[in-house]
Design a protein around this ligand. Sequence first.
Ligand SMILES: [Zn+2]
Length: 81
Amino acid sequence: MNVCDLCNVSLGADSIRYSSKQIKKAVGAGLRPDSILLNFGTALGMSKAETEQRWVQQVMSGNNDWLLCPICAARFERFIP
Ligand SMILES: [Zn+2]
């Protein structure tokens, strides 16, 4: 079962796929993950800022597509032209 790359909910047939190129553009424009994902980092003892920074580095150096739930996809769309 796939989960949303931004908020970790289980995805249904209405999930939307984005390419790594679109993702990097959106993250470069200020897109950040849902606080649920940042809480994973803080649970491991990292600060929220550190978790966010690591997440951005990981995204920017990665080449994976994302699958997003409709709610996150709507949020994502606001960061890409
Ligand atoms: Zn989501």
